[in-house]
Design a protein around this ligand. Structure first.
Ligand code: PMP
Length: 375
């Protein structure tokens, strides 16, 4: 077996021990005599898997009991529509902070469903987004139904240095590329969502964590009646329906949920999110410290907004950038090419990337700089 250090932004590396456990259980899970891939989602074997995944995530993120956890499909991009379809509760207005391509996409999608405004934007010329815009409560319309942010910007390598203060307005955060990388105070958010394919599982499941009051009233049986949901919302996008049916309105992505459970248990075994943060900081510091103490590579992100998960840098010469990515790949350091809208390089160093992978990258960067002087 020859596994490389995979710096892909997503789908990304999964912990080796998780892959090995999945491999060991691939043909027959527990006493079931079948693979999780072959199991009915309504079976007695699958029920503890989805319930166990939720329980492990609740423990890991310390999710308060008045929040629902949903396992949905359609990727984070589907949430760009689901959020306004479900959460435009009164004024039908919402405010977006634009800090990168995904928050822009979320805003553009939401415009189809209500009166959306850009509360703040860090769009610049070059690079397009190298910082996070500052906001105060005054940045938001007082009657906005929610404020939306993308907490970690995968493409541009930025992260909110702090959670914006939106006062009483619920804050909705896309945490696709930073969920479970460090502790977060879930109670500061009305809703958190994340596509799984970076820190959690293979692509195919989207996690939604939502405060119950945002789902509206319940009937006598305790089921959400859909107070705020747009009438034309597809069932698959309706949080109330999904919450009422424990994410089992239809067949959920069983295998991905099983993998998410293994990953959550792996993080718990490692010491939880405090320990993840310590490890992730150590990795990110190694790379940023190197970048800050040399003059060959350019690291464009404002230091207080740097992402711990996605580190972007470039040589300043497109041909050298190309050479870097291809020679790195040949040396077993894969997927370091930056996003097509930014160029340069991007090292995604999610939870599963070992410290040794970042050490190998820094050693390669030093060697490459020596061997390829700029005129
Ligand atoms: N938001 C962020 C922060 C992302 O990084 C991505 C994908 N890389 C998306 C949204 C879109 O996710 P998906 O491909 O799951 O729709």
């Amino acid at each position: 077996m020859n596994r490389v250090y995979n710096f892909s932004a997503g789908p990304s590396m999964l912990p080796l021990s998780v892959l090995e456990k999945a491999q060991a259980e691939l043909l027959s899970y527990g006493t079931s005599g079948m693979s999780v891939m072959e199991m009915s989602h309504r079976s007695a074997d699958f029920k503890p898997i989805i319930e166990g995944a939720e329980a492990a995530l609740r423990q890991l993120m310390n999710i308060p009991s008045n929040y629902k956890v949903l396992f949905l499909q359609g990727g984070a991009s589907t949430q760009f529509a689901s959020v306004p379809m479900n959460l435009l509760r009164q004024s039908k207005r919402a405010d977006y902070i634009i800090s990168g391509q995904f928050s822009k996409k979320a805003y553009e999608e939401a415009k189809k469903y209500g009166d959306m405004a850009v509360a703040a934007s860090s769009a610049g010329a070059d690079p397009i987004f190298s910082t996070i815009p500052a906001t105060t409560r005054a940045s938001f319309r007082p009657d906005a139904d929610y404020v939306h942010i993308c907490y970690n910007n995968t493409i541009f390598g930025t992260k909110f240095p702090e959670i914006p203060d939106t006062g009483m307005i619920p804050l909705v955060a896309d945490m696709s590329s930073c969920i479970c990388s460090e502790p977060v105070d879930v109670s500061k958010f009305g809703m958190i969502y994340a596509g799984a394919q970076k820190n959690v599982a293979p692509a195919g499941v989207t996690i939604v964590i939502i405060r119950e009051d945002l789902l509206g009233e319940r009937d006598a049986k305790g089921k959400f009646v859909g107070t705020y949901v747009r009438p034309d919302t597809p069932a698959m996008l309706n949080y109330c329906q999904m919450a009422n049916e424990d994410s089992m309105y239809n067949t959920p992505p069983c295998w991905c949920i099983y993998m998410a459970k293994l990953v959550f248990e792996w993080i718990l075994d490692m010491g939880g999110l405090e320990e993840m943060k310590r490890r992730n900081e150590k990795k990110a510091c190694l790379l940023y410290d190197y970048l800050d103490n040399q003059d060959y590579y350019i690291a464009p992100v404002e230091s207080k907004c740097r992402s711990m998960m996605n580190v972007v840098f470039k040589t300043g010469n497109e041909d050298l950038d190309k050479k870097f990515a291809s020679e790195a790949a040949a040396a077993g350091l894969k997927n370091l090419k930056g996003h097509r809208s930014v160029g340069g390089m991007r090292a995604s160093i999610y939870n599963a990337m070992p410290y040794e992978g970042v050490e190998a990258l820094v050693a390669f960067m030093k060697r490459f700089a020596e061997e390829n002087p700029k005129d």
